[in-house]
Structures are given as structure tokens and as C-alpha cells.
Design a protein around this ligand. Sequence first.
Ligand code: AMP
Ligand code: MG
Length: 524
Amino acid sequence: MKLNIKDTFNTQLLSDPKTSNERRQVSNAMFSFVTPRKPSAPKLIHVSQEVSQFLGISMEEAQSEEFLQIFSGSKIIEGTHPYAMVYGGHQFGNWAGQLGDGRAINLCEVVHNEYRWALQLKGSGETPFSRGADGLAVLRSSIREHLCSEAMFHLGVPTTRSLSLILTGDDVLRDVMYNGNSAYEKGAVVCRVAPSFIRFGNFQIFTSRQDIDSLKLLTDYTIRNFFPDIELGSKEAYLEFFQEVLDRTLDMILHWQRVGFVHGVMNTDNMSILGLTIDYGPYGWLEGYDHGWTPNTTDKEGRRYRYEYQPRIALWNLLQLANALFPLIGESEPLEKILNSYSSRYAVENLQMMKAKIGLFKEDENDQRLIDHLEKMLQLTETDMTIFFRNLANFKRETEIDLGGKFLSIIEDSFYDSNRMKPVIASSWKDWFELYKIRIEKEKYSDSERKELMDETNPKYVLRNYMAQLAIDAANQGDYSLIDELYHLLKNPYGEQPEQQKWFAKRPEWARNKVGCSMLSCSS
Ligand code: AMP
Ligand code: MG
């Protein structure tokens, strides 16, 4: 296996002079050199074929002992110098000070086919940033991160990727629901891959310490390497940079809302500067279309990171980034102007996205109202988001909207309890469908063309929480086949895949309140 190593982060930026894993505050540096922990009995569970391919690793090489050693943390690639990054962050709205890569270790950067990729192990032991924790990750969270990163990519959502999932052979003590019931679980390491893992918090930490030289060094590095169209040398460059980060973040959030993804922990240390979905922890997928839902039990009081708040939380996080970049710009007005453009732009793009979900493409002044009306309907009875939008594409112009409610058969499968559909609700649906029918007449597309377009926007298959949990339960028994089955299923989420129809189904009742399915914590 020959990787084309071209490190920049740990060669162009400042390192912490200390090299031990001892917990500490690291100042005037962007990273600390660290050594990954050697696992006692590493075992390869899964490799993403695509990710290995774009790194220049053949499938044969991915099955080799060398691959296992490198991506489990056992062996350091010759000539590389692994490191953990320094960052801070706002957690649940409060400044938390230094956080840093507490259980992530960056191995190196690889350039293949002119693309640059940073390789990072998650769960390979302590770093100076591990605070009171062990730097390890459990199998369940690692399966969730590995599968979801890849699934999100194939859904068209900007995201970090995952190369491999490896069991360490070491047990890890975790208190899953933080209720005093600690137990040992299998440990695992995932190798994450992205152009860069820099977060909003990497900039915030320097401004919080009034270390403007380091702030400038990191920002210039980021622009030079990842925003090459921006010409450095003036404060305009930093404004352009901020604008670009805002654009990418907004785009990412729109995709989350489109597919029903709830991140669960949108702290500023979990916001990628490249607008990638990063840090898959207690995330989840909307099943019932409940805008107030969050999968994260650690956030159950305020539900700060609920589905409907994600767009505004992203803006709040961008405001924190603006504060962090402020010393490089020296005036707040141009930053405020960029921030102020977010909400109106989001509203416009969100409308467009929601219209695409129901097959509308022309301008019509009543569309927002039609969508608001629909969203209200979807919350009257528990309605499965994925199934509803996917099946709505089967509506045809000649579908009769009868009083008896037979037209509802098109979307019936998406109702969690169709027997409880009260006549008054059925009659409201009738009102909505009548408006919808009139509206689609105005489009130039035939029924089948509309269906084709809608199917490109509305996935048929997403990684529902219970699906991931089934794969986890099987893996804990030593059966890894479901991980691979779901990996392949989710590579084509918009395709019909009739042989996989069993995964196009509502969440089963047993999963409604099960830990790991609808209830997840930050414990991972
Ligand atoms: P998260 O909530 O996963 O984004 O993590 C917040 C901070 O806690 C980051 O600095 C992580 O690196 C750190 N962290 C989370 N879990 C662990 C762990 N098991 N060991 C060490 N650090 C951790
Ligand atoms: Mg994190």
C-alpha cells in the first residue's frame, strides 16, 4: 500500500512543544503531536470501497495486515507525524473553553488524483484534549458513524466520509444513558476522511485567548488550502471567506432538512469550516414528521437542537464564527451584513427545496401557503416523513379526490395509525389535495416526469435509527453482515431497489422508545 502523503496542517502550522498525552491547555499552537494507542486485537469489520478507491487503496490492499495495522492505530505510516487539533467551542449555547481532539487523531494528508484528503482515527486513545475521558469509542457509535457518513454522502449531503471500521479487541466502559448503569462494551476505531477537519471552534479558541497571530495563521492557512479562489492580503479576503462558509453551512442545513436528518449536537466545535456534516453522535432521522423532535436525550430539556431549530442554530453558530474572525476584519458592519442575509436566503431556498419535494417548480405566489398547510397536516397525525414524500409522487392528475377518502391510499402507508384517522382529518387532507391537484396542473411536467423529479429529491431509504440498531445488535453478537447490507442499500437511496422493500417501512413499534433507536445520548 503506497499512499501519496502530502502533509500541510502539521507542517505549515505551529505545534505544541510538548509531546506527551498529559491533559493540558495548549496555547500558541494549532495541534499537539500524539501517538495513537495500540489496540490489543484489531479486527477489520468493514471498509468503504469508494473511500479506499479515492485514496488510491485497492480492495486487495484494504484486506491486508498493513491496512489493519495502520487504520487501527497499531502502526504509524513511515514519515508521518500524527497529531490532535486544538479547538474550543460553544456547547449548548455556552462557551466551554478548550475542547480539542479528545479522541480523534489525525494520521496524515493524502493527495490522490489531485484531491487532498485528511485521514483521522476516531477512538484511538488519549490526547492532551481528552479531559476526564478515555479517548476511546464504542462499537455501536462507530457503526453509526461509519454507516451514516457514507449514507449521507450518497444522499447528496455534504459530509465527512468513513474509510474503515475496526474492532480494537479492547473493552470500553460506558454509562449509555448517564444513569449510573456503566457496562463494558466493545471498542472500535473508525478512520474518517475529509479534505479537512477544521471546525468553527479552531478559530474561536484563538480569539478567546486574544492570540490574534495564531488566528491569522490558521485563517490564512485555511483560505490558502481550501478556498483557493480567495486572494489573501486584505480584510476583504476574510469577509469573502466568511461569506463562503455561511453559504456552505446554509446549503448543508437545507440538505439536512430535506432528508429529515437531525444532528443532535450542533455545538460550534461540531461545525465544519468546509460546511460538512461532522461528528456523528446522537443523530437521528425524523420518522414521524415532528418538527420538535431531537434524538439526543442529553438535550431533552430545552431541545435546543431539535429539527426545526437547525437552521437558526446554524446562524447562531455562524455569529460565533463571525465574532472569532472579527479581529482580522476590525469592523462589525460587513460581517453583520453577511449574517443578516442568511434568514431571507434560507427562506427562499427552503421554499424551493420544499416545492421540489412535492414536485413544484414554477413560481406561484400561493406555494408557501400550500407548503405551510401541508406541514400542518403532516403533524396532525403521526406521519412518516420519508414514506409520505416518496409516496406522494404516485399522485396522478386523474386521482379522484373522493369524499370517502380513497385517495388517501396513496399516502396511507405513511400514517403510523391509519385506523385513528379521524374523518375531520381526512377531510382536511381532501382540502389539501384539491389545492395540490389544481397547482400541479400549472406545471409543465407529466405525472411520470414529476414522479421522476420528486424521486430525486425524496430518498426512499435512509438510515433509520432502528436499522442502525439492528446492525449494532447483530455486530455485538459477532455478525457483521447487516452492516454491509445497509452500506450497499444506502449507496443508492433514491433508487427503487424493489428487492430491499423491507427497509422502506415505518419504524416498528418495538423501536419507538428503545435506547439507541429514538433515544440516544452523547455517550459514545
Ligand atoms: P462531542 O460531544 O463528541 O462533540 O465531544 C466534545 C468534546 O469531548 C470533544 O473535545 C471531544 O474530543 C471530547 N470527547 C468526547 N468523547 C470523548 C472520549 N471518550 N474521550 C476523550 N474525549 C472525548
Ligand atoms: Mg465533537
